[in-house]
Design a protein around this ligand. Structure first.
Ligand code: CA
Length: 396
């Protein structure tokens, strides 16, 4: 199945000739935007410097009418015969981060996920906190830790407090988890496109550190994004009515248009033993972006409601997306109910949380009336902790 028909045309960045270039995925190839700009294929549409840049940020800084015009030009160019030197093979291209991410925000917009975590962490209280249905709850994350698909993820070190211990210990996390999310990349005022986001989370570090100021080191070691930014233009056929909201939100958060998206999502896991045995990855969760209670437009409206300015290249992630069916939970802490119901892998191994050598791949696709678009993969393999730097290194 091809993720990248001419209706998709997502943007990415790849290595070529000792530099990094922007490209557009088309079938099993990448159209080289820098080479296209140098061949004057976009004259009158967009300043060549924008398409010769090593990241999408200069294009993100342009008006949306420029985004639309470049897309239209690409569609007409790519329907014709172009010189082979304008393409590279996608299978062998080394992808880089498509965006220099300025600010990174992580929301918490799936009701089922918020309820599950409430039930797990506060079993004797109402699962949803009182603010949840009134605003898309979020926090600012660490942009510098965002990495592209395929980058190994070192198991983070940190402080955690075992329940039966008097004092905390420091060492590699024993509750390393995934978070299946969709993120959006912005221009100056508008959303440009979407990526898959795996917001890796160390639940033991998180549980000990998060009160009262929220997530910190349990989240900031790595966040993986897919290499292709799928534009809102490409996703227009997959817009659907917003999630029902009760109570009705405050006026600044009200939306009437079809602002939700029908995007299928999956999480695949493959352990080192599965790779050694030649076994394919196993799908551990399937869900859909329609499960988001708060839409991306509402997330963006809320993030800007205090007067904060957007910058081209900001990234906003949805928060873990979980549906009502337990097979649709977007994190291991939910899928295994904090490790009490481990998953069984085809090798007979059990998984409560991630082990070293585990490969996790997120996938996303949209399908309607014979049209299918994909996002490409968002993959990371867990590798051992790096030796802790500190006053005195401790290895546990
Ligand atoms: Ca998250």
């Amino acid at each position: 199945m091809n993720d990248f028909p001419i209706e998709n045309l997502p943007y990415g960045a790849f290595a070529r000739d000792e530099g990094v270039r922007l490209g557009v995925a088309i079938g099993d190839r990448i159209f080289d935007l820098r080479a296209g700009a140098e061949a004057k294929l976009f004259d009158g549409i967009c300043a060549p410097a924008v398409l010769r840049a090593p990241s999408l940020n200069p294009l993100l800084a342009e008006e949306p009418r420029v985004w639309h015009a470049v897309r239209e030009r690409l569609q007409s160019l790519l329907r014709g015969d172009l010189d082979a030197s304008l393409y590279v093979d996608r299978a062998t291209a080394a992808m880089r981060l498509p965006v220099e991410v300025g600010d990174y925000v992580d929301f918490y917009s799936s009701e089922r996920h918020a309820r599950n975590l409430g039930r797990i962490f506060r079993p004797n209280a109402e699962p949803l906190l009182p603010n949840w249905k009134w605003m898309p709850v979020g926090y600012h994350g660490r942009a510098g830790s965002i990495v592209v698909d395929g980058t190994p993820v070192h198991r983070p070190n940190g402080q955690r407090k075992p329940p039966d211990a008097d004092v905390p210990v420091f060492g590699p996390s024993t509750m390393l988890d995934i978070e299946l999310e969709i993120g959006f990349v912005t221009g100056r005022e508008a959303i440009f496109g979407l990526v898959l986001v795996n917001d890796w989370s160390a639940r033991d570090i998180q549980a000990w550190e998060y009160q009262p100021l929220g997530p910190f080191l349990g989240k900031s070691f790595a966040t993986t994004i897919s290499p292709w930014v799928v534009t809102l233009d490409a996703l227009a056929p997959f817009r659907i009515a917003p999630h029902e909201q009760d109570p009705p939100p405050l006026p600044y958060l009200r939306v009437e248009n079809d602002c939700a998206y029908d995007i299928d999502l999956a999480v695949d896991l493959r352990s080192a033993a599965m790779r050694d045995a030649g076994l394919p990855p196993v799908t551990i969760a399937r869900t859909n972006a329609r499960e988001l209670y708060w839409s991306m437009e509402q997330q963006l409206a809320h993030a800007r409601s205090n007067g904060a300015r957007l910058r081209p290249g900001d990234l906003f992630a949805s928060g873990t997306i979980s549906g009502s069916d337990p097979a649709s939970y977007g994190s291991l802490i939910e899928l295994t109910w904090r490790g009490t119901k481990p998953l069984s892998l085809p090798t007979g191994e059990q998984r409560a949380f991630l082990e070293n050598g585990d490969d996790v791949t997120l996938r996303a696709w949209c399908e309607r009336d014979g049209l299918r678009l994909g996002f490409g993969a968002c993959r990371g393999q867990i590798v051992p902790s790096q030796v802790a730097a500190g006053a005195s290194s401790q290895e546990r």
